[in-house]
Design a protein around this ligand. Structure first.
Ligand code: CDP
Ligand code: CDP
Length: 230
């Protein structure tokens, strides 16, 4: 083969993609690629530049010029560090202001083209665990292992609420979180360009009631089975 294996993990918000992808990558010695962080960073930049969200021309131009850098977090629990145009946006991309706008920006085809090109460039040599919404369907359609992670909306809202609590952020009601998550699911799954969709050859893991280490072990299992078949 001309490259090392790729593991693609897709699924809706709060399914556990980031947490599990980091564990799997660390266990197997692969690079972890958080594509959601890229869409979040770019959304932050659009808001920062005060460009109207429907000004697709200006947004396309910005997407073609922006420089995004990702480096691993301090430890296995911490999210990736993210820079856009040399500004560290690691913290600010997780704020509600960015979260509520990211799906609208990520639906624009020019934005996706620019960011996907960069992801494919980074992934050329393989050896990575990439996670997002369109990894198995569009970014790395020939990934050796494709996982589609899911969990019920109520479970995902509960996880997000715990996350906020741990980070010492103001409490958000489960009702509000469920509403936000359902809305983002809907936007991400119904957009025209590369919607969130389970690839035909992806393995679905329903994670309600499963721990992070159980999900991680399942994925590593699939990976090892798959490698032994190649
Ligand atoms: O962590 P969480 O599931 O909340 O979201 P994320 O993975 O950080 O992604 C944030 C948003 O970026 C998603 O809701 C999508 O709108 C967009 N996204 C995308 O369109 N394609 C990807 N490959 C990754 C994220
Ligand atoms: O990246 P994504 O939005 O899919 O989810 P995440 O940010 O990795 O996970 C959301 C939260 O759920 C994290 O705090 C995880 O620790 C937690 N989680 C869990 O409790 N059980 C799992 N099986 C997976 C994740």
């Amino acid at each position: 083969r001309d490259r090392s294996p790729v593991i693609a993990i897709d699924g809706p918000a709060g399914a556990g993609k980031s947490t599990v992808a980091r564990q799997v990558a660390a266990n197997l010695g692969l690079v972890y690629l958080d594509t959601g962080a890229m869409y979040r960073a770019f959304t932050w930049l659009v808001l920062q530049e005060e460009i109207a969200l429907d000004d697709e021309c200006a947004i396309a131009e910005l997407a073609n010029l922006c420089v995004i850098e990702l480096t691993p977090g301090e430890n296995l629990q911490s999210p990736v560090r993210v820079w856009i145009n040399h500004t560290d946006v690691t913290q600010v991309i997780r704020t509600p202001g960015v979260t509520s706008k990211v799906s609208a920006i990520a639906a624009q085809s020019a934005v996706r083209e620019a960011l996907v090109k960069q992801q494919q460039n980074w992934g050329k040599k393989g050896g990575l665990v990439a996670e997002g919404r369109d990894i198995g369907t569009h970014v790395f359609p020939d990934a050796e292992v494709k996982i589609f992670l899911t969990a019920s909306v109520s479970e995902r809202a509960r996880r997000r609420q715990q996350d906020f609590k741990k980070q010492g952020q103001p409490e958000v009601s489960l009702e509000q979180l469920e509403k936000d998550i359902a809305e983002r699911d809907w936007k991400d799954s119904t957009r025209k360009v590369s919607p969130l969709q389970k690839a035909a050859d992806a393995i679905e893991i329903q994670t309600d009631g499963l721990s992070i280490s159980e999900v991680t072990a399942k994925i590593i299992d699939f990976y090892q089975q798959r490698l032994s078949q190649l």
